[in-house]
Design a protein around this ligand. Sequence first.
Ligand SMILES: O=P(O)(O)OC[C@H]1O[C@](O)(CO)[C@@H](O)[C@@H]1O
Length: 541
Amino acid sequence: MTARSQALDMLRAVARKDSSSRIVHQFAVDPGRIERMGVEAAGLYLDLSKQSWSAEGFEAALDLARTCDVEGRRAALFGGEVVNNTEGRAVLHPALRAADDADFHALGEPVSKEVTATRDAIAQFATDIGSGAETGGARQPFTAIVHIGIGGSDLGPRLLWDALRPLEPTIDLRFVANIDPRDMAEALSGLDPETTLVVVVSKTFTTQETLANAELAKAWLSESLSAKRLPRHLVGVTAAPDKAEAWGCGRTFGFRDWVGGRYSLWSSVSLSVAVALGWDVFERVLDGARAMDEHFLTADLEKNAPVLLALAQIYNVEGMGRNARTVAPYAHGLRRLPAFLQQLEMESNGKRVKRDGSAVDTATGPVVFGEPGTNGQHAFFQQIHQGPTVVPAEFVVVGHTSDAAMDDREGDAPLWSNALAQAQALMVGKTEKEARAELIAAGASDAEADRLAPHKTFPGDRPSTTILMDALSPEAVGALLALYEHKTFVEGVVWDINSFDQWGVELGKVLAKAILKDVEAGEPGAGLDPSTAELMKRLMV
Ligand SMILES: O=P(O)(O)OC[C@H]1O[C@](O)(CO)[C@@H](O)[C@@H]1O
């Protein structure tokens, strides 16, 4: 039996023990719990003390991380070694937010100079658009940007914009991802082609949805702009610049294949956001992420925020058999965090084979879902509190959600008090005896109390993590997203899977192309299953 299997068995055994004692009781038997399970990192504070692990469980999880050589694998990632073994690539998104004097190497090739040069080019482009030095074909300044991209070429930049955009932005930035032409129609409505810049973002520059939307945007521009002027309104962001230029982009900004799509928001993929927010704001996002990189690289495992966040999830998934997690951001600006994490975590760790291709010997990435906190409370939290399935929760809490409220401490309390209350309610619950007593106190008869008390009982003992950020600053947003990236990496190390490929997305793409071919041929293909054929027949009329 390998050391890793032994450590996994130990974790499972301690977790079985822990599942018979309630979280709330752990505080009494472990006076150091808050200190042990609270961690500061890059301006964030993580409270993991409402997780199901005891002090012994916490140690078993740390032993597992040590046994899986998380520190060695971390060094391999930052060292630019082949970490994405099925594509033979380094994984170096931290290089994108490193200091200018950094010296990262990808598979031995120095890359930091190129990263700095690209950053400078983006900064200059942002400045030139802001000053009006960079204009459209008719020499008018750009006032709107349409960012076209999907998956990692959309979710990160869109989250940044939602989180950091000013109330009245100087640039009207709009995002298009869905191949449903309605998405593009809504984005273009009210815009003037003369003053609109279209940014086509695609690492591969082969993605069906993005190219279809880019064609729509190009057609819309072409109705007003001459062929000579058109390229000034088309910018490509890609790891395949040749394809973008061949398609008609007047200018391209690149990034390399050692940047995974879902880890790419730090690169030129966020060009449109860097322009609309201003380079100085985007640079602060990079600063925040770099601070989290430095914490991840230097903090001991027992005080390492991404490591502990990963281990809490592994403890729930592997120790407690809980294969879902709900993420509740208590800030309107972070409303797209659940969607961002769905790609980051589920596309990274939704795997059934290990790095060597053999079947996994653990459960791997859970289903991640969520909504902004108070919205979720009035939607699916019923199930989180009283459903038979225990769903670990994660509350991302912002002390001050906007600069305006900075001096109005009371202003944000209604928001964050809800987050704290939800975490407390999940842990403490309410016994049937307590529910019955409340009913009686409210004047209910014994019979009525007996009838209703079971419905008003909360099992409690439901785990959660709370992540506190003082304000929704660019640094804090950068640190938060980098925290989740490293957490996802650590989980992949412990589950011994490749977190950086996504072969699972390919079959659907191939079959979609085949179905389109059949549509062009005018009938469902002979080899199609009867269900798909029937649906096609109904849709093709
Ligand atoms: O940036 P691209 O190459 O258009 O890919 C978009 C997205 O599609 C995926 O490849 C999944 O299909 C994601 O990994 C990626 O973020």
